[in-house]
Design a protein around this ligand. Sequence first.
Ligand code: ADP
Length: 218
Amino acid sequence: MKKSFAVIGLGRFGGSVTRNLIESGQEVLAIDSTEERVNEYMNIATHAVVANAQDENTLRSLGIRNFDTVVVAIGEDIQASILTTLMVKEMGVANVWAKAQNDYHARVLEKIGADRVVHPERDMGKRIAHRLVARNLLDYLELSEKFSMAEIKVQKSKFVNQTLEKLNLTGRFGVNVAAIRRSNGVVELAHSSSVVHEGDNLLVLGETRDVEHLDEKI
Ligand code: ADP
């Protein structure tokens, strides 16, 4: 079933969220207080409206409470971001994601009930730093404070031509192998009997420090 999304604030972040939701076939109401921004999204979003999200009556008349997910992507204006998040949550929207400018802002957003607080610049910086220092790590996704998922290239010969059962990466490194990307690009779900070949990438899941440790050794 299609979900309905509203994105409030069409700066770089909110704009990118809107474009990508539309590309993946979702319906998006795009809202911004400046006409210029809204004009940019007229032909992209399902609907685009000029509105000040800080105004409760405006949010009501837009029917915000009927959306499955609302993304509050107001950047600079922290007060507007907080007030909007608070009202959207009070109106009963089940899933509210809010963008934080800094750690204090994030704490407030969490306190007032945002279901997910995102820190795009910080998170992307972290992700890029991991990729810069990593040796064989191709991609990296932080699942929580503690856990990560990563795609790691198998480099050392002692890790190839063996089954996952024999390699025992869970016992030795504390990580689970979820899938294997073969050198031809095909992804296969991992089984204990899967054989790792030269040029394969492993999609692994584990505590971030364990994933990093495996990356150094493999
Ligand atoms: P980014 O860092 O993602 O580019 P910006 O701060 O540049 O973020 O963009 C935030 C957007 O939110 C701007 O387009 C701005 O017009 C919009 N915005 C700010 N306050 C409100 C508000 N009260 N209601 C609706 N949109 C708002």
